[in-house]
Design a protein. Structure first.
Length: 377
């Protein structure tokens, strides 16, 4: 296992995320504790010492099951990460109650790592609102030794992340972002990496495989990559890509079965960064995968001609994300921060924007399709 130095700790470069544990039921809330125990046992035996859970994972059951499984091992043999669930605004005034419950569910006296969960456009105002006292409370728990290291995760845009760091950056010890060989440009993740560097904050990576999307490529893409590295698993390319990014300390993978754990650990036995040819080939595949997204350049000619004053470039960016992912929570979450009269459904289909769009995008059709997809989400 490759290890990375974080302050005075030696962390496994691969962390086991408990968002996609083996489970069944309507919302995957019925976790198989036996299978989870087998996964953790193998992980512990082969060097993984970082485990990540959250309040909402598996409909609230991830903390409980992972906690029971990890409690079979000495407390100093693993590092446990949990998060304050600010993705739900109704939780903002419940920091103490939730934190105490999380310790109870996980069966521990302290968290090694604790995060502001999912900093984004929808919750940034509440996270920064001193009336809720979230930061003050968490800093108090850190002072009392119940949180060893404080950080944050972010799905929001660059400006939202910068706003959070401008306010709380001096207290943040690590930053967790969605980073992979698609999102390095598609979600401007490279810029977020640089932002963390400016604050001298190490990078924690989530969604290295984009929910498995980057492990299931087209036959053409698979053949291209296999020709370059015949013995490399396709999923491993995502990890090799991240091994070449300066500042990355922790790579989390939400593993769902023992085979995934075994394959990922095998990848992390060695560090094999991509060379220039391999990197360019991979990024070329990324470009091909997103070539059908709408080519908005954010010139903003459209916004000056919209009678509803919609932020069309921002809406098209969210539309592209939603289409590429095939749904998901990112676009709906971001739109929660947008007034009803500024959402895609507010488009009246007048096409005034289309007459001035240099890219000839059929904006009104995109807004209508976006509205339909959101209703079906």
């Amino acid at each position: 296992m490759i290890y990375k130095q974080f302050q005075d700790l030696k962390l496994s470069a691969l962390g086991l995320g408990a968002m996609r544990l083996p489970a069944s039921g309507k919302d995957n809330e019925e976790i198989s504790e036996q299978q989870t125990a087998e996964m953790v046992a193998y992980a512990m035996d082969h060097g993984i010492n970082y485990y990540d859970t959250a309040w909402g994972y598996h409909n609230g059951n991830s903390e409980t099951v992972l906690g029971r499984v990890l409690n079979r091992y000495p407390r100093d043999s693993f590092y446990l990460a949990d998060k304050f669930p600010g993705y739900d605004l109704s939780n903002m005034d419940k920091a103490e109650a939730i934190f105490e419950k999380q310790l109870e569910k996980c069966g521990v006296d302290y968290f090694d790592f604790y995060l502001f969960h999912n900093v984004c456009e929808m919750n940034i105002d509440s996270y920064l609102n001193p009336e809720y006292g979230i930061l003050d409370y968490l800093l108090k728990q850190k002072e009392n030794g119940r949180i060893r290291h404080l950080g944050f995760s972010a799905h929001g845009n660059y400006d939202t992340m910068k706003r959070f760091l401008d306010a709380y950056g001096s207290h943040m010890e690590f930053g967790q972002i969605q980073l992979n060989w698609i999102d390095c440009t598609f979600q401007n993740a490279y810029e977020k990496v640089q932002l963390l560097k400016e604050y001298q904050i190490p990078v924690w990576v989530m969604e290295p495989l984009r929910g498995g999307r980057l492990a299931s490529l087209s036959e053409k893409a698979v053949n291209t990559l296999t020709a370059l590295r015949p013995d490399e698993e396709i999923a491993a390319w995502a990890f090799r890509f991240l091994q070449g990014i300066d500042g990355v300390t922790m790579i989390l993978s939400g593993m769902s079965d023992l085979e995934q754990v075994q394959k990922n650990i095998k990848t992390f036995e060695t560090e094999k960064k991509l060379n220039e040819k391999e990197l360019n080939t991979l990024l070329g595949i990324a470009d091909d995968m997103i070539k059908n997204i709408l080519p908005c350049t954010a010139c903003r000619y459209c916004t000056a001609h919209c009678p509803k004053e919609l932020d069309i470039p921002s809406l098209l960016k969210l539309y592209n994300e939603h289409c590429f992912t095939g749904g998901g929570f990112i676009a709906p979450m971001a739109l929660m921060a947008v007034p009803d009269d500024k959402r895609p459904s507010a488009c009246i289909g007048c096409r005034s924007c289309e007459g001035v769009c240099p890219q000839k995008i059929k904006i009104s059709e995109a807004m209508a399709d976006f509205s339909t997809k959101l209703r079906e989400n």
